[in-house]
Design a protein around this ligand. Structure first.
Ligand SMILES: [Zn+2]
Length: 419
């Protein structure tokens, strides 16, 4: 069996997990109520006190927290601890918890103590770099702290240090693969076996593409700075079928984004997360804007924690093109895998008269001998067939779509901003 970081917790029976959640939820609500004026004010307005939380069902009585709350109380207004007790946006205990959860997530993804982990997530205010760094060290791995950029050098060091694990955004992993191919380096023959890819939505088609070009198992990782950073949820290497959300530290809900009401298990909606152990920044029912589904169906790996299915997009990223809801990841799923199309794309949205107009910029595959017009026609047809929207397709030459070294920019929205 694959190495596990916290085997007892990871396969804890769901009834015991629920009891632990309730105990921790009560502590979290108390922490938020006593120490964060916004949470106290909102709860009083709703007519609820910490003592009213007697079961997990009572969670639904708590008000939501949204991204603008963080902006409105920037920089220190949402913290439940005085600034002097913060080491970054976390207490030291929070950083220890985060390290443990990232170590657990990475082990879940197939990383083992002693592995060489090449960390190409950006270091700095972006939590991907430091979170991965701390988690890999906690797990007992050797970290190569590369950060993003200097792609040629990344390729040299992946080979020199014999990295078994590559951590990056999926779009940057693809950029690494591309530069390596151009340089005549076959990374499929390197020691890379596992890729841990997160921080942006990506499709199954993109997974297949990355796996084929880098010769590794591509594992999805989920997290967000407002909640913890990376390590909120991770796919398991055994099943690669949805992200195990660590329920001893978080409660996951999916709601209808319009009504705010919880949806039935398995139905699509907006992911809402409540933290259970965060000291510095407790979050009650934080609306992530990420669109997904939850499943408590038993996983082949034996872990009991629920699975968050692939994030299909962010509410903010959703485009409405002549009445059809479109996520960039749907366009990605439609295009990646077409033989004449390289897996790089950008969506340009403009307003023409009263109508939204979508242009999809794609790149012809370097080895393709097809005419641009033929490829454009095929891509247009594919997008119409799979998403139901008519888009103009512009085919560019290899290398003309900008490459990301971190989070990819998938949409250029040129529509006039609402006043
Ligand atoms: Zn699993």
């Amino acid at each position: 069996m694959a190495y596990r970081f916290a085997p007892a917790v990871e396969s804890m029976p769901r009834a015991r997990l629920a009891a632990l959640q309730l105990k921790r939820l009560r502590q979290t609500v108390k922490n938020a109520y006593e120490n964060v004026p916004l949470h106290r004010k909102r709860m009083r307005k709703t007519g609820i006190e910490p003592g009213d939380i007697r079961s997990l069902e009572d969670l639904a009585r708590l008000p939501f927290t949204v991204k603008s709350d963080l902006r409105d109380h920037y920089p220190f207004g949402m913290f439940a601890r005085p600034r002097a007790q913060l080491a970054r946006g976390y207490t030291l205990k929070d950083i220890a918890t985060w390290s443990d959860l990232m170590a657990r997530s990475m082990a879940c993804a197939g990383v083992r103590p002693g592995d060489v982990v090449h960390n190409a997530y950006g270091y700095g205010l972006f939590t991907g770099g430091l979170g991965t760094h701390y988690g890999a060290e906690r797990l007992g791995a050797t970290v190569v702290p590369m950060s993003g950029g200097a792609t040629e050098r990344q390729i040299v060091l992946i080979q020199d240090f014999g990295a078994r694990v590559l951590c990056a955004t999926p779009s940057y992993a693809l950029a690494i693969a591309e530069v390596a191919e151009k340089e005549g380096v076959d990374l499929r023959r390197s020691k890379l076996k596992i890729g841990i890819f997160g921080a942006e939505p990506w499709s199954e088609a993109m997974r297949r593409e990355i796996q084929a070009r880098l010769g590794l198992k591509a594992i999805d990782l989920y997290g967000l700075s407002e909640i913890l950073g990376p390590g909120v949820a991770s796919e398991c290497v055994e099943a690669q079928a949805g992200l195990h959300g660590w329920e001893d530290h978080f409660i996951f809900e999916v709601i209808d984004p319009l009504s705010g009401k919880p949806v039935a298990e398995g139905a699509q909606g907006e992911l809402v997360i409540t933290t259970l152990t965060k000291e510095a920044l407790p979050m009650l029912r934080y609306r992530t804007r990420d669109i997904t589904r939850l499943s408590t169906e038993r996983c082949a790996c034996g872990r009991s924690h629920l699975r968050i299915k692939r994030i299909t997009g962010r509410n903010d990223d959703m485009l409405i093109i002549r009445g059809v809801n479109v996520y960039p990841s749907q366009v990605e799923a439609a295009l990646v895998g077409m033989p004449d199309v390289a897996p790089h794309y950008q969506l340009v949205v403009e307003r023409k008269g009263a109508m939204d107009h979508l242009t999809v910029e794609i790149e012809i595959a370097p080895a393709s001998a097809a005419a641009h017009a033929t490829v454009a026609q095929a891509a247009k047809h594919q997008i119409k067939a799979m998403i139901g929207v008519t888009a103009e397709v512009v085919v560019k030459n290899p290398g003309e779509i900008p490459r990301s070294q971190g989070k990819a920019v998938r949409v250029r929205d040129l529509r006039p901003k609402a006043p």
